[in-house]
Write a protein that binds this ligand. Structure first.
Ligand code: G3P
Length: 501
């Protein structure tokens, strides 16, 4: 009997392969970063060939490190940065352009034109999303409109589109030699092209965006066998049996299976998802309606999502663009060296502002500077920006659902930062809880794959594997919480005012 499930986590900054045992413990892991390409202000790209190469390498490395043989792996799950769009030639397997990353704002004009007189909410009833640069559909349109020869090839049926899940799956299952062209409902729900009720592509929206239907992958559930690993790869003949966009995967890994349960992931950006069960709740407060997961033939489960574009990547920016720190964890030491933020606020609107504002024209600001401000205050303001943005999202969630969240499960790279976690609890006014297995994204995809092949029996079995590691209780008094949050809102307003000029 196979002992493990492998999970490929193709994220914004790196690709990982993690191998889990039956208790959900990590037995082996390998990780590689890929290049972030910034050709112009507001543009962000990845090289799809590099991403696929790294996927192959980390898979082989994780298997070798753990001394795991192919027969030991019962199934593979895939989870991925969502929305990032790849268009490739199905005959050669080569991408016609770099992947356009979810953070990229080059489609702002396209998005405006698509909305026309109906504005940003033109497709919202169908797809649950406002028209914004974030989503894949307009990125595909940009590639077809701007890459020489792409539209002709697409019309001939030679080009395929996929998010990173589809790109990785197609290559893992043989590429131009029989690769499976499939996505799951969670990834499809981020393209602006999928009808949330039918869970099928909406032909009229695809037509508005000039995207031929032949380019689109088949939409399947999040947990079923899509295909088998190619003979030459690390998982020959192993079923690839789970796909979830990374935020939905983290929600699944955090066992948020009941309506009303929520998690917040602290990665490049922050993403809070609230399970709303079989009910599709339409937001009135700037949140997205999205598919949370669909296990095999079961009914789809929906979620409300608050997406914040820049949180962890703000710390990277302090490291790489300002050289304020030499490694990301140093931000906490710097922040702890000062008593408070010294009245400094950073609003990192590098990709405009996502939830709940949806303003692609907003631009970042540091406000409140005086001669007193030092590196520590900047570091502290950066951490606080992460927490304040999550507060905005939680307020929207409470308003939309009509029920206040009483606690928040957290995961992702930044939850080791105690200063941030305490401030998060303080500014939300509810306890923040970290699980023992913090690798919830990779774990969620492993769970989906494992369920499909009977490695785990059902959600009840998975629920029992979740355990609390640490809890931060709010310690700030209400007056301080109000005062700081009001200041933050003032700072946000500056980034919106800036955009108007
Ligand atoms: O929607 C974008 C999100 O999926 C990216 O997540 O963890 O790669 O920052 P992450």
């Amino acid at each position: 009997m196979s002992k493990y499930i492998a999970s490929i986590d193709q994220g914004t900054t790196s690709t990982r392969c993690m191998i889990f045992d039956h208790d959900g413990k990590v037995v082996s892991v390998a990780q590689m970063e890929h290049e972030q390409i910034f050709p112009k202000a507001g543009w962000v790209e990845h090289n799809p060939a590099e991403v696929w190469e790294n996927t192959r390498k980390v898979s082989a490395e994780a298997m070798a490190k753990g001394d795991i043989s192919r027969g030991d792996v019962a199934a593979v799950g895939i989870t991925n940065q969502r929305e990032t769009a790849v268009v490739w030639d199905k005959n050669t397997g080569e991408a016609v352009y770099n992947a356009i990353v979810w953070q990229d704002t080059r489609t702002d004009k396209i998005v405006e034109e698509l909305g026309g007189s109906e504005g940003a909410d033109k497709y919202k009833d169908k797809v649950g999303l406002p028209l914004a640069t974030y989503f894949s559909g307009p990125k595909v349109k940009w590639i077809l409109d701007n890459v020489e020869g792409a539209r002709e090839k697409a019309d001939k049926g030679d080009l395929l589109f996929g998010n990173m899940d589809t790109w990785v799956l197609w290559n893992m299952t043989g590429g131009s030699d029989g690769g499976v062209h499939v996505t799951d409902v969670t990834n499809a729900s981020r393209t602006m092209l999928m009808d949330l009720d039918t869970l099928q592509w909406d032909e009229s929206i695809a037509k508005d965006m000039g995207i031929p239907m032949s380019m689109l992958p088949e939409i399947r559930s999040s947990s079923e066998v899509y295909g088998k690993g190619r003979e030459k790869g690390s998982f020959p003949g192993v079923p690839i049996a789970g796909i979830l966009g990374d935020q939905q995967a983290a929600t699944f890994g955090q066992v948020c299976y009941e309506p009303g349960t929520a998690k917040n992931t602290y990665g490049t950006g922050n993403f809070m998802l609230l399970n709303t069960g079989e009910e599709k709740v339409m937001s009135k407060n700037g949140l997205l309606t999205t598919v949370c997961y669909k296990i095999g033939d079961n009914k789809p489960i929906y979620a409300l999502e608050g997406s914040v574009a820049v949180t962890g990547s703000l710390v990277q920016w302090l490291r790489d663009n300002l050289n304020l720190i030499s490694s990301a964890p140093e931000v906490e030491d710097l922040a702890k060296g000062v008593e408070d933020n010294g009245d400094v606020y950073i609003v990192p609107a590098f990709s405009g502002l996502f939830a709940p504002h949806w303003r692609s024209d907003a631009r970042g600001a540091i406000v409140g500077l005086t001669r007193f401000a030092n590196k520590g205050h900047i570091a502290r303001a950066a951490l606080e920006a992460v927490a304040f943005q999550s507060r905005e999202v939680m307020d929207a969630m409470n308003a939309d659902s009509g029920v206040d969240l009483t606690e928040l499960k957290v995961d992702g790279g930044m939850v080791v930062n105690e200063t941030l976690m305490q401030f998060q609890a303080d500014i939300l006014g509810v306890p923040v809880i970290r699980p023992v297995i913090n690798e919830t994204t990779a774990l969620g995809a492993a769970y989906a794959a494992g369920l499909a092949v009977g490695f785990w029996k059902d959600e009840d079995e998975l629920r029992k594997q979740w355990a609390e590691d640490k809890r931060w209780e709010p310690q700030m008094d209400e007056a301080d919480r109000k005062r700081l949050y009001a200041k933050w809102n003032k700072a946000v307003q500056r980034t919106l005012d800036w955009a108007k000029d």
